[in-house]
Design a binder for this molecule. Structure first.
Ligand code: S3P
Length: 426
C-alpha cells in the first residue's frame, strides 16, 4: 500500500456489529419473524447465525445479503445442539450466547478460535453459576470450551467489576429465563444496545443510572430491525479523513448511540473538523450522517468513564495520536489486553515499526506524536481492528506499507479495502 494524497467521497459502512448480533439473538428467542435490514454479514455475526441454526432456528436469506429474516418460534423451539457451537473469533457470540444457553434446559458446548479460547470467561461463568446454571470451562471456568447445563435459574444482584456490555448482556439475557428479577450494576456505562433492543422487542426493563433490572419469565415478539451503520467501522475513515491532507469524507447513517460516541468527542478534542448532520432515531437507536475534513490534530488524554464508550476505537485513535502534535495519554484501558489480541502490546510493537514514539503502560499507552511516520511491514496479529488501524497508519506514512494477515478484516468489515480504494486520489 502506498500513501494517499487525499481521500474523498461517500463511505458506506456496514451495519453495527453489536446490534447485528443482538437482533439475531432476540429474533431467535422471540415469537414471530424478525426482518433484519443492513445486517452485518461479517464472520462474527455469521458465527452467531450458525450457532442459532444449530439450535434449530430457521433463517431466510443467508445473511450474505443485506436482509436476514429470523423465524422466531419462542425459546421452547430451541433444541439441544448435536455438536459443539462455534463462536469463531467472536467474544460477543460466546458471552451473550452463554447467557441464553444458561437459561435453556439442555446441554451445550461453546468453543471458538485460538484467540477466543484465550479470552477471559470467568466474568460470565461466575455470575451465571450464581444464578444456578451448570457452566464449566477450562481452568475453573476461565477459558472456553464452555460446557453448559442450563435451566432452573434465579435472579441475582450483580455488581460488575469492570464495565462490560458483553457481561451485562449475558446476565440480562439469562435474566429473561430466571425466576424473579436480575439486576446488574455497572461501574461506568457500557453500550446499551441490549437494553434498547429488549425494550423494542416488548420486554420490561428498568434502568436507574448505571443499574439495570429485568424481571424474569418475559416473552419477546419479533419485530423489523434496521441496523445503523457501525461507528466502530466509521472510526477508521474518520481518522483517515482527518489525518490525510485535502480530504473530505461523508459517512451516512452511522449509529450515534451516546454509549458509543467517545470517538467523536475525542477527535473533536484533538482538533478534528467533524460534523454530525441529520440526526434521527431508527428502531430505538440514534443515527446521524458524519462528515470529516482534514485538519491538524493535537494530543489529548483518554481515560476514565470515556474508555468503555470508545473501547474498540483505541487502535485507530492511537494512530491519530501518533500523527498529532504533542503527547496523548491513554489510561484505564487494561481491558484492551484481553481483546482479539493484546491491543496495548500489539499497538506499541507495530506502530514503532512506523517510527512512532510509544510507551506501553499496564493500563494504556503514552504516545508522543508528531514524528513523521514511515511506511513499514507490519502484522495484524489476526486482529481485524489492528489490521484496519495499521492500514490507516500506512495511508499517512511516507513510503510503502505492507499489513500482513489483513484478511481478518472480514470479521467486522468485509469490504474495508474496496471502500478504501474507492476513495483514494493518488
Ligand atoms: C461488545 C462489547 C465490547 C466490545 C466488543 C463488542 C458488545 O466488549 O469491545 O467489540 O457487542 O457487547 P466488552 O463488553 O467486553 O467490553
Amino acid at each position: 500500500m502506498e500513501p494517499v494524497r487525499s481521500l474523498r467521497g461517500i463511505v458506506n459502512v456496514p451495519g453495527d456489529k453489536s446490534i447485528s448480533h443482538r437482533a439475531v439473538m432476540l429474533g431467535a428467542l422471540a415469537e414471530g419473524d424478525t426482518r433484519i435490514e443492513h445486517f452485518l454479514a461479517g464472520d462474527d455475526c455469521l458465527a452467531t447465525v450458525r450457532c442459532f441454526q444449530e439450535l434449530g432456528v430457521q433463517f431466510t436469506g443467508s445473511g450474505e445479503e443485506d436482509v436476514l429474516i429470523v423465524r422466531g418460534r419462542g425459546p421452547e423451539a430451541l433444541r439441544e445442539p448435536a455438536d459443539v457451537l462455534n463462536a469463531a473469533n467472536s467474544g460477543t457470540t460466546m458471552r451473550l450466547l452463554a447467557g441464553i444457553l444458561a437459561g435453556l434446559p439442555f446441554f451445550s458446548v461453546l468453543s471458538g478460535d485460538q484467540s477466543l479460547r484465550r479470552r477471559p470467561m470467568r466474568r460470565i461463568t461466575g455470575p451465571l453459576q450464581e444464578m444456578g446454571a451448570g457452566i464449566w470451562g477450562r481452568r475453573g471456568g476461565e477459558f472456553a470450551p464452555l460446557a453448559i447445563r442450563g435451566g432452573g435459574l434465579h435472579g441475582i444482584y450483580y455488581q460488575l467489576p469492570v464495565a462490560s456490555a458483553q457481561v451485562k448482556s449475558a446476565l440480562l439475557l439469562a435474566g429473561l429465563f430466571a425466576r424473579g428479577e436480575t439486576t446488574v450494576a455497572e461501574p461506568a456505562p457500557s453500550r446499551d444496545h441490549t437494553e434498547r433492543l429488549l425494550k423494542y422487542f416488548g420486554a420490561e426493563i428498568k434502568i436507574a443510572g448505571n443499574t439495570i433490572s429485568i424481571p424474569g419469565g418475559q416473552r419477546l415478539s419479533g419485530r423489523p430491525v434496521k441496523i445503523p451503520g457501525d461507528i466502530s467501522a466509521a472510526a477508521f475513515f474518520l481518522v483517515a479523513g482527518a489525518c490525510t491532507p485535502d480530504s473530505e469524507l461523508f459517512i451516512p447513517g452511522v449509529g450515534v448511540n451516546p454509549t458509543r460516541t467517545g470517538i467523536l468527542e475525542v477527535l473533536r478534542q484533538m482538533g478534528a473538523d467533524l460534523e454530525e448532520l441529520n440526526r434521527r432515531e431508527i428502531h430505538g437507536e440514534p443515527v446521524a450522517d458524519l462528515r470529516v475534513r482534514s485538519s491538524p490534530l493535537k494530543g489529548t488524554v483518554i481515560a476514565g468513564e470515556l474508555i468503555p464508550r470508545l473501547i474498540d476505537e483505541i487502535p485507530v485513535l492511537a494512530v491519530a495520536a501518533a500523527v498529532a502534535e504533542g503527547e496523548t495519554v491513554i489510561r484505564d484501558a487494561a481491558e484492551l489486553k484481553v481483546k482479539e489480541s493484546d491491543r496495548l502490546a500489539v499497538l506499541a510493537a507495530e506502530l514503532r515499526k512506523f517510527n512512532a514514539d510509544l510507551e506501553e503502560l499496564p493500563d494504556g499507552l503514552i504516545i508522543r506524536g508528531g514524528r513523521p511516520l514511515r511506511g513499514a511491514v507490519c502484522h495484524s496479529h489476526g486482529d481485524h481492528r489492528m489490521a484496519m488501524a495499521l492500514t490507516v497508519a500506512g495511508l499517512t506514512a511516507g513510503g510503502r506499507t505492507v499489513v500482513k494477515n489483513a484478511g481478518c478484516v472480514t470479521v467486522s468489515f468485509p469490504r474495508f479495502y474496496d471502500v478504501l480504494n474507492s476513495l483514494r486520489e493518488k
